[in-house]
Design a protein around this ligand. Structure first.
Ligand SMILES: *[C@@H]1O[C@H](CO)[C@@H](O)[C@H](O)[C@H]1NC(C)=O
Ligand SMILES: *[C@@H]1O[C@H](CO)[C@@H](O)[C@H](O)[C@H]1NC(C)=O
Ligand SMILES: *[C@@H]1O[C@H](CO)[C@@H](O)[C@H](O)[C@H]1NC(C)=O
Ligand SMILES: *[C@@H]1O[C@H](CO)[C@@H](O)[C@H](O)[C@H]1NC(C)=O
Length: 216
């Protein structure tokens, strides 16, 4: 079970058409952005519009919820949709952490598959109903991003989020309501089979950050 996401990502990497090029050279599509502000330990990116296929998962574990959500998305990618369309894997797999209303541990997660850019202007095929997936379109907006290496785990994601929140508070956004960056997301770029050279990111929505050309 530990290596579930690894096997899955691996399976996709090798069953997609991308297999005709070498696995190392396989290009994964990712959402487009421009860096509008750079600091030593974080940056602010202006993302273009992003369309996600998403799985809402009720749970208390980031790792378990990401696996469960990704399992549903994986079936969609493999053709469990109205047109039996198969999709390439894209990067990153994003997990949004939704805090419980009462504070304390999160109670739900939204696991997201980035839909290739061709779906910006057309609807993706509707998912099979039993997968209970939703399309979610993000308008162009700014996101503060902090990178971290290793594996994204239950015991480090919140710490990374707090570090980003603290850097933002110190250097850019004094006086900004803390609630502004209460929701956060974890972006994972690598299959679990890679123990080193892994890239993950914490994302915090900073739409309210009006400088530097971020849309409000
Ligand atoms: C995650 O799932 C594993 C395997 O099902 C289970 O043993 C573990 O308790 C779960 N962790 C949490 C925090 O729910
Ligand atoms: C799904 O198939 C229908 C009928 O063949 C077609 O009209 C539609 O454009 C397809 N939708 C997508 C998203 O590919
Ligand atoms: C957090 O995310 C949830 C689900 O997308 C949304 O309903 C809620 O408004 C968000 N809260 C904030 C403070 O952005
Ligand atoms: C992890 O993903 C990043 C971003 O796509 C990539 O540049 C890097 O080479 C990957 N690392 C490994 C070990 O595959």
């Amino acid at each position: 079970m530990e290596n579930w996401l690894m096997l899955l990502l691996l399976a996709i990497a090798f069953t997609g058409k991308a297999v005709v090029v070498s696995a190392a050279a396989a290009a994964y599509e990712s959402p487009q952005f421009r860096v509008v502000h750079l600091e030593s330990d974080f940056e602010i990116r202006l993302y273009m519009e992003i369309s996600w296929m998403t799985a809402l998962v009720r749970g208390t574990s980031f790792e378990n919820s990401t696996k469960r959500g990704f399992h549903r998305l994986y079936q969609y990618l493999q053709g469990a949709n109205r047109n039996s369309t198969r999709f390439f894997m894209t990067k990153p797999v994003l997990t949004s952490i939704i805090p419980s209303q009462r504070g304390g541990s999160p109670s739900s997660y939204i696991v997201r598959y980035y839909l290739p850019a061709e779906y910006n202007n057309k609807s993706p095929p509707p998912p099979s109903a039993e997968l209970n997936l939703q399309l979610d379109k993000w308008k162009s907006h700014c996101i503060a991003v902090r990178k971290f290496s290793g594996y994204a785990r239950d015991d480090n994601v919140e710490k990374e989020k707090d570090a980003l929140g603290s850097s933002l508070g110190k250097r850019l956004m004094q006086g900004v309501d803390q609630n502004q960056y209460y929701n956060y997301s974890i972006a994972q770029y690598n299959a679990s089979k890679h123990p080193t050279g892994r890239i993950n990111e914490v994302w915090i929505d900073v739409s309210g950050f009006a400088d530097e050309g971020c849309p409000v």
